[in-house]
Design a protein around this ligand. Structure first.
Ligand code: TRP
Length: 331
C-alpha cells in the first residue's frame, strides 16, 4: 500500500483553505492508503510562539483534525515534535541543501518581504524540514494545496540527492496529490490571494467560527461596482467569491449566480448571503464535533500517544537505515 504524509503548520484555528485544500483529501485518503497526518509544530517555531500559545495551537489543530473526520483508527495522527527522528533527518538533509536553492524558494522570498526583521535560518531551511517530514515515512503522495507545489519539488530534489550521494535507492519521490484533477487554492475574502491566517483579520473563515461570525466576514468581503458588460471576465475579488462558492455550494447555486453575473443582474448582497449560508451549512457538522472533542482531554491524550508510537515505529526504521547508509555504524 502506498504511503501518504501531510501536515499543517500549527498556528491556531484551521480555515476553509486548510479544509478544502488539504484535510478533505486526508479524510478520503485514509481509507485507501497508509496515511500519516501530523501537526507541524516544529515549523511553527519560525515565528517564535510563546510556550502557552504553542501548546494551545497544537491542541486546537488536533481537535480540528479529528472534528473534520480524520480517524485515528485508520490514519496515524501525530505531533511532529513527538517524533525526534524527523529533526535528525532534517540535520542530515541540511548538509546537502544549498544556500542558493533555498534562497530561491518563493515562500522564503515572501517571508523576507513580510517579516524582514525575522529572517531566521529555520525559515530558510523550512523546505528541508518539510522534506524530512515526508521522506521519513518514504511517502509517495502528499495531499496539499497549490501553494505547496514548489516545496514538493524541493523534497524530490533532496530525496534524489541523498540517493545519488550514497548510491542507494533509499527514498522514493514524493508528489503533491489531490483527488480532483488539480491542486486546490482557496482564496481569501480580501479580494487578493489565498486564504490565510497571516493575510489579515477577516480574510479567513475558520472551521470554529460561529454562524454569525461567518455571516459578518462574508458580508464584508471585497467586491466591485458590478459587471459592466454581459459575459465579462470576473475581476479577481469576484472570481474569488465564486471559487469559494464552488466548494461549499451546490452546482445549481453556482450556476444560478454565474448566470446572474453574466446577464448583469447579480446583486452582491444576495450572492454573499447565499455564500455565507452555504459556508455555515458546510461547516456545521465540524463545528459541532469541535465542541464535543474540545472537552475530551483523555481522548486527545490517547490519540496523541497512540499516534506518536505508530509514527516513531515508521520513522525509526528509516533513521536506522539512513544512519547505516551515512556511515554511522556501531563498533
Ligand atoms: N508547509 C505546509 C503548509 O504550510 C505544512 C507542512 C509542513 C507540510 N511539513 C509538511 C505539508 C509535510 C505536507 C508534508 O501548509
Amino acid at each position: 500500500m502506498e504511503t501518504v504524509v501531510s501536515g499543517i503548520r500549527s498556528t491556531g484555528n484551521l480555515h476553509l483553505g486548510n479544509y478544502y485544500g488539504a484535510i478533505q483529501n486526508f479524510v478520503k485518503m485514509q481509507k485507501e492508503y497508509n496515511c500519516y497526518f501530523f501537526i507541524a509544530d516544529l515549523h511553527s517555531l519560525t515565528t517564535h510562539p510563546t510556550p502557552a500559545d504553542l501548546h494551545g495551537n497544537v491542541k486546537q489543530v488536533l481537535i480540528e483534525y479529528l472534528a473534520a473526520g480524520i480517524d485515528p483508527e485508520k490514519a496515524t495522527i501525530y505531533i511532529q515534535s513527538d517524533v525526534p527522528e524527523v529533526a535528525e533527518l532534517y540535520l542530515y538533509l541540511n548538509m546537502n541543501a544549498y544556500l542558493g536553492e533555498l534562497e530561491r524558494s518563493t515562500s522564503f522570498k515572501d517571508k523576507i518581504r513580510s517579516q524582514p526583521d525575522n529572517v531566521n535560518a529555520g525559515l530558510l531551511t523550512y523546505p528541508v524540514l518539510m522534506a524530512a517530514d515526508i521522506i521519513i515515512h518514504k511517502a509517495v503522495k502528499v495531499p496539499v494545496g497549490k501553494d505547496q507545489e514548489q516545496h514538493l519539488e524541493m523534497a524530490r530534489t533532496f530525496a534524489n540527492r541523498f540517493n545519488r550521494l550514497y548510491n542507494r535507492e533509499c527514498f522514493p519521490e514524493p508528489y503533491a496529490f489531490n483527488f480532483s484533477s488539480s491542486l486546490v487554492k482557496i482564496p481569501g475574502l480580501d479580494g487578493k490571494g489565498k486564504m490565510g491566517k497571516s493575510e489579515g483579520e477577516g480574510n479567513a473563515v475558520y472551521l470554529s467560527d460561529s454562524p454569525d461570525v461567518i455571516r459578518k466576514k462574508v458580508m464584508k468581503a471585497v467586491t466591485d461596482g458590478g459587471p459592466q458588460t454581459e459575459n465579462q471576465e470576473k475581476p479577481e475579488e469576484i472570481q474569488n467569491l465564486f471559487d469559494i462558492m464552488k466548494v461549499v455550494s451546490t452546482p445549481d447555486t453556482l450556476e444560478h449566480f454565474d448566470n446572474l453575473y453574466n446577464s448583469m443582474n447579480i446583486r452582491y448582497g444576495d450572492f454573499k448571503k447565499q455564500l455565507a449560508e452555504d459556508i455555515v451549512l458546510a461547516t456545521a457538522p465540524i463545528r459541532e464535533r469541535i465542541k464535543d472533542i474540545s472537552t475530551d482531554a483523555s481522548y486527545l491524550r490517547q490519540v496523541a500517544r497512540h499516534g506518536a508510537i505508530k509514527a516513531r515505529e515508521s520513522a525509526s526504521r528509516t533513521i536506522k537505515e539512513v544512519r547505516e547508509i551515512i556511515g554511522f555504524r556501531s563498533f
